[in-house]
Design a protein around this ligand. Structure first.
Ligand SMILES: Cc1cc2nc3c(=O)[nH]c(=O)nc-3n(C[C@H](O)[C@H](O)[C@H](O)COP(=O)(O)O)c2cc1C
Length: 191
């Protein structure tokens, strides 16, 4: 797929196949994050790849999924993520304002994963204190967010947004995701 098609076809995935993601792919994702733009080129971000089953299970217990439809959107048993990338900000490099860097780096990882057929869900709803302990992260490093990864076992559909931003599941369990119309967000030259 071309980049524009990857961008349009990407959806947050919360149901995954029980198929491992290779170390090679996981490393590629962090490399894609490494090359993202960074304010003042400070590069405060670091990344922990988690693919060991025991750790994965522990991290899974620290995450909250699809709040608008909870618990309907939770990954079902045997459909949980097969890996996580925990995004850290090194506070000794930058204490605040690293979120822009994180956004750029994470989108790079999401698209690089999707190019390989790997789906993802970016999560801010995470019990950071518990994850900090589980992964033995020093206090010099803050958890920004968590990227859950795996081969998709669902195909969410984009809808034109009508009255609500809330995504929903239909009677077949398919996720529908409303997006604002292009004409509602685009301005040429003047507002
Ligand atoms: C900064 C950020 C935080 C998010 N946090 C969560 C989260 O904690 N749990 C979750 O299930 N999805 C989370 N998402 C995914 C959004 O729910 C999702 O992007 C949105 O519903 C639009 O769907 P789409 O990604 O398929 O376009 C987050 C997305 C972003 C950008």
């Amino acid at each position: 797929m071309k980049l524009y098609e990857l961008i349009l076809s990407r959806r947050s995935i919360r149901q995954f196949k029980p198929k491992a993601i290779s170390k090679d792919i996981l490393e590629k994702l962090v490399n894609a994050a490494r090359m993202a733009p960074s304010a003042a080129n400070l590069q405060p971000l670091e990344f922990i790849i988690v693919d060991e089953e025991k750790l994965r299970n522990k991290i899974f217990g620290c995450l909250k999924w699809a709040a608008y439809i909870a618990p309907q959107g939770d990954p079902q048993p045997n459909r949980e993520p097969m890996a996580y990338i925990v995004i850290l900000a090194n506070a000794e490099i930058k204490e605040r304002g690293y979120e822009y860097d994180a956004g750029a780096a994470i989108e790079n990882m999401i698209l690089a994963a999707w190019e390989q057929g790997v789906g993802s869900c970016w999560l801010l709803s995470a019990e950071r204190g518990r994850i900090q302990e589980i992964l033995k992260i020093p206090l010099t490093h803050r958890i920004d967010s968590v990227l859950a990864l795996g081969y998709p076992d669902e195909e969410p559909i984009v809808e034109m947004m009508k009255n609500s931003v809330k995504y929903w599941k239909d009677s077949h369990g398919k996720l529908h995701v409303p997006k604002r119309k292009l004409e509602d967000i685009i301005h040429f030259n003047r507002f």
